[in-house]
Design a protein around this ligand. Structure first.
Ligand code: PXP
Length: 240
């Protein structure tokens, strides 16, 4: 099984929007990620459009040759956009306006009928569907009943505990058991949120996990890999 890396470029849009500028362009990040070996591009179109905006979605969809994974809240507005724009994949995520980032998995029990209906509509439109959930046995079972193609486990709690070397083993076991059950139920297993070089290593030991969606750390590390070249170019312009 070839493991896949989905590169989340929301944070490029966050930097752009912080200054109301046209750069850095998320499309350029998507193309760079594709050229660098990313297996898919992930973008989250939030209801408040705080980072990715509708125009980014359209441009990225038109200009990349790897699958586009669109994260959306399960709302009618977002469903309509997904059906119209036809990303290759959709991942339903919970959304709260006041949160800094996606804080946890979906509440499947409360949104069961809605998610089932939306999943069917997307699958009828040949869009692969994933549900962003907590690594819980009950949520894996509910996901299977909803009829999704994949589940993405929220790894935020594990990654944060692992970084602090604090009681992470229990969280790791939860992830592993949930992944094993998901695979048994013929769900493709993904992982995402808070993953760094360090926390990725233990997560890769869970062989059932097929895809990793990583954003914040990649964009953060990219600063240090690019800073030298940018400063060099600026100095060259000054000196000429
Ligand atoms: N997967 C999902 C479903 C997410 O909501 C996010 C955060 O937007 C990620 C992956 C990426 O998380 P991070 O930016 O912490 O790597």
């Amino acid at each position: 099984m070839k493991k896949r890396l989905g590169v989340n470029i929301d944070h490029v849009a966050t930097i752009r929007n912080a200054r109301g500028e046209v750069y850095p362009e998320p499309l350029r990040a998507a193309v760079t990620a594709e050229r660098s070996g990313a297996d898919s591009i992930t973008i989250h179109l939030r209801e408040d459009r705080r980072h990715i905006i509708d125009a980014d979605l359209k441009k990225i969809k038109r200009n990349i040759n790897i699958p586009l994974n669109l994260e959306i809240a399960p709302t009618r507005e977002m469903l309509k956009i997904a059906v119209r724009q036809r990303p290759d994949y959709v991942c339903f995520v919970p959304e709260k306006r006041t949160e800094v980032t996606t804080e946890g998995g979906l509440n499947l029990r409360r949104n069961f009928s809605l998610l089932k209906k939306f999943t069917r509509i997307l699958k009828n439109n040949k869009i692969r569907v994933s549900l962003f959930i907590e690594p819980k046995i009950s949520d894996v079972k509910l996901s299977s009943k909803i009829g999704t193609d994949c589940v993405e486990f929220h790894t935020g709690k594990f990654c944060s505990l692992y970084a602090r070397k604090k009681n992470y083993k229990n969280e790791f076991i939860k992830l592993k058991n949930a992944a094993i059950l998901a695979k048994k139920l013929f769900l493709e297993v993904h992982a995402g949120h808070g993953i760094t070089y360090k926390s990725l290593k233990p997560i890769t030991k869970i062989k059932e996990i097929h895809e990793y969606n990583i954003g914040h750390f990649i964009v953060s590390e990219a600063i240090f890999h690019g800073l030298k070249n940018v400063i060099f170019t600026m100095k060259k312009i000054i000196q000429n």
